[in-house]
Design a protein around this ligand. Structure first.
Ligand SMILES: [Zn+2]
Ligand SMILES: [Zn+2]
Length: 366
């Protein structure tokens, strides 16, 4: 499995181990869904079971969330980050059971249920030193959940799950964590009576609505989507207002906010049209947080948005934020809506996600 850059010594070890005749070869193979060519479907195939050494941990994947980012990687809309070699086992939203540990592993043991924090950085640059490793560069991120097992490069990337079901916890490691990190950027703007707009009520958005309700219950949450099912779900999950994205959402949001605009806008889609909506509804001194990698752009100029409003991107979330979020889930504050899907259906699920035909989060259960 080519999920991170192996040293040549590691490759040599793997070759040596793989050639040892201790076990029949077929028993040590595992199923994985791999991308061989950008623009083509993933292939389900047998690959050698990864070996672990040092502080590495082998996880039996219980759940791997299917993310829009994977749709974009498959289609080529997001270029493959440097060091992501093909064939690639995708899947960056993972939880599972520890199956094997390297000799230096101390904190987890075989049988532990764990979530994988995947936002690994280089470990030594300025942002990594600030414990914001996920901002360092996508090429270091930990992928590999679209398989029966995955090798995690160090035990420090694991969080024990306590009472949480690993299948339900999987989406929290990205869909939940990315929403949480983005919402934390908005909290200082969300005074009582303020409004927070969430654009896109999919895998991330349905968790974002729940998080806003618990972290800023004094602010009104406005959910925007183009699907009736997703809007109905947003209402069920406690959004104060739902706005149909197909019919002039900006005008409706301005009406709801008494023409003041929203103090926070979280765009989980990121197309030209959602970004234009975000820019036109953000209030004075408000914030637009762009999370969706939909490929749109936003013209920015002095009078283009209301005074002292700001725009930022948001990348995944930190390890500590994942620990906080899992605590919120244990307390029952948030609950992802999960559809369990066998690994063999990965391409169909990616298709459905691309077509906007999923509600909640699809999780592969290899
Ligand atoms: Zn993702
Ligand atoms: Zn770094």
């Amino acid at each position: 499995m080519v999920t991170f850059k192996a040293s040549s010594a590691q490759v040599l070890l793997d070759v040596l181990f793989d050639s040892m005749p201790t076990q029949p070869k077929e028993k040590r193979n595992v199923r994985a869904a791999r991308l061989h060519q950008v623009g083509s479907p993933l292939r389900i195939e047998e690959v050698p079971r990864p070996r672990v050494q040092g502080s590495e941990v082998l996880i039996r994947v219980a759940g791997a969330g299917v993310c829009q980012f994977d749709v974009h990687i498959r289609s080529g809309r997001v270029p493959l980050p440097k060091d992501f070699a093909l064939p690639l086992t995708m899947g960056h939203e993972n939880a599972g059971i520890v199956e094997e540990t390297g000799p230096l592993v101390r904190e987890v043991a075989k049988g532990d249920a764990v979530g994988v924090w995947g936002g690994r950085g280089c470990g030594t640059c300025r942002v990594c030193r600030q414990a914001d490793e996920q901002v360092c560069g996508m090429e270091h991120w930990i992928l590999g959940g679209y398989a029966e097992v995955m090798r995690v490069p160090h035990e420090r990337f694991l969080v024990k799950l306590d009472s949480l079901d690993p299948v339900e916890a999987a989406p929290l490691t990205d869909a939940g964590l990315t929403s949480y990190h983005a919402i934390k950027k908005t909290l200082s703007h969300l005074h009582p009576g303020a409004f927070a707009v969430v654009i896109g009520i999919g895998g991330l958005g349905h968790i974002a609505v729940q998080l806003l309700n618990s972290l800023a219950p004094w602010a009104g949450t406005i959910a925007v989507d183009v699907s009736d099912d997703n809007l109905a779900l947003a209402s069920e999950l406690g959004a104060a207002f739902v706005v149909d994205g197909r019919e002039n959402p900006a005008q409706e949001i301005m009406r709801i906010t008494g023409e003041e605009g929203a103090q926070a806008v979280i765009d989980l889609v990121g197309t030209d049209s959602t970004l234009a909506t975000a820019a036109s509804v953000v209030a004075r001194k408000g914030i637009v947080v762009v999370v969706g990698v939909g490929g749109g752009s936003l013209p920015f100029s002095f009078f283009g948005m209301r005074p002292e409003s700001m725009v930022t991107t948001s990348y995944w979330g930190s390890y500590n934020e994942l620990v906080e979020l899992l605590d919120l889930a244990v307390q029952g504050t948030i609950r992802p809506i999960v559809h369990r899907v066998p690994l063999e259906e990965v391409n169909e699920v990616l298709d459905r996600l691309e077509q906007g035909k999923l509600t909640g989060r699809a999780v592969l259960v290899p």
